[in-house]
Design a protein around this ligand. Structure first.
Ligand SMILES: *[C@@H]1O[C@H](CO)[C@@H](O)[C@H](O)[C@H]1NC(C)=O
Ligand SMILES: *[C@@H]1O[C@H](CO)[C@@H](O)[C@H](O)[C@H]1NC(C)=O
Ligand SMILES: *[C@@H]1O[C@H](CO)[C@@H](O)[C@H](O)[C@H]1NC(C)=O
Length: 547
């Protein structure tokens, strides 16, 4: 009976959303919210009781056997608190329930790394808070999930204050469930799944970490006092997609905007984009994983968010996902002494795939060599280009063969070294010896390899596009950490500039590069995450005070 009532109200509220009747929406939302709170109250109390029991059990266990893990845990906790923003004492005592909407939490990909790193940071900052993950992974229990998080990501969570609630409606968001109107279907599916989640538990803060923006909007509709957040990896619909339908557009949908079918499709996408924008405007705190995603989300959500006055308090923030920078920092020294071991070597670490554009690098290197460069900082030692990459199949092998031929033709083969399928130790050795890191892929969304160059203290010469330009090879303290290039000549010029800096300038740039890589460490992620989380906690406290 109750389910029926709420489903009816869900449908009604959707209908109302289409008709733009904010009052009706509010009314329906209040009823549903009230009902869900009442229905899940017992489970909430049970959950809190279980947290308390597990915490006591945990303390008792670790009292008995001073376990190494716990020491680790406390060490992290101690070091983190100091760096958190506004880390006042009362603040630290906050003890609400933070729910993470991540129905595929056991997948073990980059998105999951963000989820676990976020939970760890939250646990460290607010030890009394309870983190709950809504998931559809029925085949794994809490112990198994936490073990996998440890093995896969080396992230140690504090078990008593993290819990999992299992959704039964995950199939509604699979694209196979919606062969037609997939975007709309999956968004509807995420509404059903969010309803499922709220009937399990109504949290104090609700955060979507998988891109189900509609579920966040449902939370705002049902529970206006619950602050909401979203960590966006990728926009559900982007301005690129919308533009691509027009004549002269690019990509898979290029030109499909013609004719009656095309018109219908255009209309459907526009309608969806509008709904997506409305939904996005209800979210209190928005984070994106890169500047590229940020600019797309801003252009779609921005106008409605401005109208709702959300941008004044909390702008859409970029929170870079953590990359394993720390290991490189430990392994590779950057100092005046270690600089004596570095030669005028250019390193390009990339799979031998066509889009990595090795050919351009070879041509640029040839052009650079033929200009007879003087490199006093390297005692006029001969420059060398080192290409390191994995060879996955015979296509890759053919490409390497052709690149060798090209090096031969360009008369530079004695100064080019190909290393296929290098071991990690060998790569580290080259990162210690080389001076410059090269990347020539166009519009790479991010570029973990370039972050690794920076962590290793290499001066980057990268394509003037995508993540390497916007996010990675940027200025630090108002000075460059590398060079951007588009054409063969510009790359050659970049190599010349990078290798003809004075010794002091070279070392200073290495230090800046390393500092730049800091933004992509676990610590950098935690700090940014906590700044945003802090906003949510403050909102929760002030709204709970008003209620
Ligand atoms: C952001 O997420 C998208 C989609 O998962 C991914 O392609 C991109 O590389 C991510 N960006 C960063 C900075 O990790
Ligand atoms: C919008 O936000 C600003 C700054 O927080 C505030 O001064 C202003 O009153 C708000 N306007 C509305 C309409 O709420
Ligand atoms: C590098 O980026 C520019 C855009 O700035 C692009 O036009 C060019 O083709 C790119 N070069 C390569 C080698 O991908």
């Amino acid at each position: 009976m109750g389910v029926f009532v709420v489903f009816l109200s869900l449908l009604l509220s959707l209908a109302a959303a289409f008709l733009f009747l904010p009052k009706t929406l509010r009314f329906v939302g209040d009823i549903a919210g009230h009902y869900l709170r009442r229905a899940s109250r017992t489970r909430r109390e049970l959950l809190l009781a279980r947290v308390a029991t597990e915490q006591r059990q945990y303390e008792a266990d670790h009292e008995a056997s001073k376990d190494k893990e716990e020491d680790d845990w406390e060490e992290i906790e101690g070091s983190m608190v100091g760096s958190a923003v506004n880390g006042g004492k009362a603040d630290r005592d906050w003890h609400g329930i933070v729910a993470f909407f991540h129905p595929f939490c056991n997948a073990g990909g980059g998105g999951e790394r963000v989820l676990w790193a976020a939970i760890r940071a939250t646990q460290n900052r607010w030890p009394e808070a309870v983190c709950v993950v809504y998931t559809g992974d029925h085949d794994v229990d809490k112990a198994a999930i936490l073990q996998r998080v440890k093995d896969r990501f080396n992230i140690h969570l504090h078990p008593p204050t993290v819990h999992f609630l299992y959704l039964t409606t995950r199939h509604y968001v699979l694209s196979s469930t919606w062969p037609r109107f997939t975007l709309l279907g999956q968004s509807l599916g995420s509404l059903i799944m969010a309803y499922d989640a709220f009937s399990l538990l109504v949290p104090d803060i609700f955060i979507d970490t998988m891109g189900y923006a509609f579920s966040v909007a449902l939370s705002s509709l049902f529970f206006p006092t619950v602050p909401t957040g979203a960590y966006v990896h990728y926009p559900t619909i982007s301005t690129d997609m919308l533009d691509s339908l027009s004549a002269g557009g690019q990509g898979v949908n290029a030109g499909t905007g013609e004719g009656a079918r095309g018109l219908a499709k255009k209309l459907y996408w526009r309608l969806f984009a509008m709904l997506y924008a409305l939904v996005g405007s209800t979210i209190d705190v928005v984070m994106t994983n890169s500047t590229w995603t940020q600019s797309h989300i801003k252009s779609i959500w921005g106008p409605y968010r401005n109208r709702r006055n959300k941008t004044h308090a909390h702008d859409i923030d970029v929170v870079f996902p953590p990359v394993a920078v720390e290991e490189l920092e430990e392994e590779i020294e950057v100092s005046e002494k270690s600089d004596k071991n570095r030669g005028p070597y250019l390193l390009y670490i990339a799979q031998f795939r066509p889009e990595k554009n090795h050919q351009l690098v070879l041509e640029a290197f040839a052009s650079f060599l033929h200009s007879n460069p003087k490199l006093p900082s390297y005692a006029n030692e001969q420059p060398k280009l080192v290409l390191i990459g994995s060879v996955r199949d015979s296509d890759d092998a053919t490409r390497v063969y052709n690149l060798r031929l090209l090096a031969h033709e360009l008369n530079i083969k004695d100064q080019v070294e190909f290393i296929c399928d290098a071991k990690w130790a060998e790569m580290l050795a080259w990162m210690r010896k080389a001076s410059v890191g090269v990347n020539s892929m166009w519009n790479e969304h991010f570029g973990i390899g370039v972050v690794e160059y920076q962590a290793a203290g290499l001066i980057s010469v990268v394509n003037d596009s995508g993540g390497p330009k916007l996010d990675i090879v940027v200025e630090v303290e108002g000075k460059p950490t590398g060079f951007h290039a588009s054409t063969v000549e510009e790359y050659a010029e970049g190599f010349r500039k990078a290798l003809s800096l004075s010794r002091e300038e070279t070392l200073a740039m290495r230090y800046r590069a390393r500092k730049s890589a800091q933004r992509f460490t676990d610590r950098g992620f935690s700090e940014k995450w906590l700044q945003n989380m802090d906003q949510l906690v403050k909102l929760q406290v002030s709204r709970a005070g008003e209620a």
